[in-house]
Ligand binder design. Structure first.
Ligand code: PEP
Length: 248
């Protein structure tokens, strides 16, 4: 039985003061033992997040794949590990669109994180044009194939995939639960081809894109959706609490 893994993604939001106040409200509300609750935070708020969260897992929103060196402005895996961060969101569509993240860098980051016992949350998802051309599954499968290049099945099961159709991110347009299920199922079938069926059955596939308290239950009821990556709604304590306790 796969657990539900529900992470917020605060993007470029959240001072240390705000993160502290938020976690004071939400951390004690992690009551659902079937759900792993987490929060992606900007680098500057990670240490506060780790210190203040007992129940909420803390994720970085990016990392560099090199160990160290002349990469001005970048943050390494060792730097995140030193402050107790265990998860990193990689390949988010905003980073792919605005900051030159590529399938190759996503793959390099996933490999580096796994080598250091950290959990990559690997984002994938299509644009509206790709969806309208009927190429969603082909496109997403190619992203997944590239992201998992040379990664063993033993490591693959330690990762999390977040399927996030770009047209649904921050737009208020959620994929229907059935549409999201269809793509997540196709991703799992693709993983079964890359690895094997038992491996694919173990892997966590989240859905992301305008998830909110009103629609999370139906999404989580889908067979191949194992959690959510939530942007906007995760910024509101009341909504975050409702999301992580969607079945209580
Ligand atoms: C996201 O940024 O990962 C996301 C899914 O955002 P939103 O929930 O606001 O659509």
């Amino acid at each position: 039985m796969r657990k539900k893994i529900i992470f917020g993604n605060w993007k470029m939001n959240g001072t240390n003061t705000e993160v502290k106040a938020f976690l004071k409200l939400v951390d004690k509300k992690v009551k659902n033992t079937d759900v792993v609750a987490g929060l992606g935070l900007p680098f500057t708020a990670l240490q506060t997040g780790v210190k203040k969260a007992k129940n909420v897992k803390i994720a970085a929103e990016n990392v560099h794949f090199h160990q160290n060196g002349a990469y001005t402005g970048e943050v390494s895996i060792a730097m995140l590990q030193e402050i107790g961060v265990g998860y990193v969101i990689i390949g988010h569509s905003e980073r792919r669109e605005m900051f030159n993240e590529t399938d190759q860098s996503v793959n390099a980051k996933a490999i580096a994180l796994l080598a250091n016992n950290m959990t990559p949350i690997i984002c994938c998802g299509e644009t509206l044009a790709t969806k309208e051309a009927g190429n969603t599954v082909k496109f997403v499968n190619a992203q997944i194939k590239a992201a998992y290049k040379t990664i063993s099945k033993e490591d693959a099961v330690k990762t999390i995939i977040a399927y996030e159709p770009i047209w649904a991110i921050g737009t208020g347009k959620t994929a229907t639960a059935q549409d999201a299920q269809d793509v997540c199922k196709a991703i799992r079938q693709n993983l079964a081809k890359i690895y094997d069926k038992p491996t694919a059955e173990q892997m966590i596939i989240q859905y992301g894109g305008s998830v909110k308290p009103a629609n999370i239950k139906e999404l989580m009821e889908q067979q191949d959706i194992d959690g959510a990556l939530v942007g906007g709604a995760s910024l509101v304590a009341e909504d975050y609490i409702a999301l992580i306790n969607y079945n209580n």
